[in-house]
Design a binder for this molecule. Structure first.
Ligand code: ADP
Length: 254
């Protein structure tokens, strides 16, 4: 059974000016421990797709299932990480990392201990009592990831998670995030407009058409299946071939 399944999903937004069909006929199955990247032009419905999986939006047609159950609304099974890290500047790093647990009323001494251990394991051990503005962009993004992982979601949704970082940092943080998510055997769905990022991190890249977004094609990325890291994948001779194929699909009028 797929962990996440979208069956014939469509979504229309209703506004004062009328109606916008953001997504149409989306069928997608994501298996446990798979990392799936979704690419498409700006405005094709990528963020909308994540909002549907997270339960923040209800589909106009079709259904979204997680673990075989229809999604009824936001749940701790699904963690959502956005482009901006949304750390609170007046809270310490530890208190920011504990925020998800507090909001969901899941803060127990054992879970606090786990968060402290993750901070330790992921290079933030000495920074618990620091404030976000004392940390680099990459470190902040790691705190946001730990906060998301603290509630132990099965599925992680990443919305352009590295676009606020400069190129060098994006590579380093991408490498680190993939290592952490593989270690913890998470299932991940990431949207990005960056083709290289999509290929370097994922088992599968899904290409969406321009609005109304629907699945145009999918590419299985052999390097990730074989356990290569994002940097190793970027250096692999086949990387260019995937890049060119996906780039062409995104630049042809659908
Ligand atoms: P992407 O993430 O691929 O850039 P979005 O999912 O944000 O695309 O948006 C898809 C389409 O739906 C866009 O045309 C956008 O203008 C429209 N849209 C997004 N959110 C809303 C909303 N709350 N109300 C009306 N239209 C929206």
């Amino acid at each position: 059974m797929a962990l996440v399944e979208l069956r014939n999903v469509g979504l229309k937004y209703h506004t004062l000016e009328g109606e916008t069909t953001a997504l149409e006929n989306v069928n997608l199955r994501v298996e446990e421990e798979e990392f799936v990247s979704i690419v498409g032009q700006s405005g094709c419905g990528k963020s909308t797709l994540l909002s549907l999986i997270s339960g923040l939006l209800k589909p106009t047609t079709g259904e979204v299932l997680i673990g075989g159950e229809p999604v009824q609304g936001p749940s701790p099974k699904v963690g959502y990480m956005l482009q901006q890290d949304y750390l609170y500047e007046w809270r310490t790093i530890l208190d920011n990392a504990l925020l998800g647990l507090e909001i969901r009323r899941m803060k127990t001494p054992e879970r606090v201990q786990e968060v402290k251990q993750m901070l330790q394991d992921y290079g933030l051990g000495g920074f618990e009592s620091y404030y976000p503005n004392q940390l680099s962009g990459g470190m902040r993004q790691r705190v946001a990831l730990i906060r998301t992982l603290a509630v132990q979601p099965n599925v992680l949704l990443l919305d352009e998670p590295f676009s606020a970082l400069d190129y060098q940092n994006r590579l380093a943080v991408g490498e680190e995030v993939v290592r952490i998510l593989r270690e913890r055997r998470k299932t991940v769905i990431m949207v990005t407009h960056d083709i290289s990022e999509a290929i370097s991190m994922a088992n599968r890249v899904i290409v969406l058409t321009p609005r109304p977004g629907t699945i145009k094609s999918e590419h299985r990325i052999r390097m990730c299946d074989e356990g290569l890291t994002p940097l190793q994948t970027r250096e692999h001779p086949e990387f260019r071939r995937y890049f060119t194929a996906i780039w062409k699909e995104l630049n042809v009028n659908a």
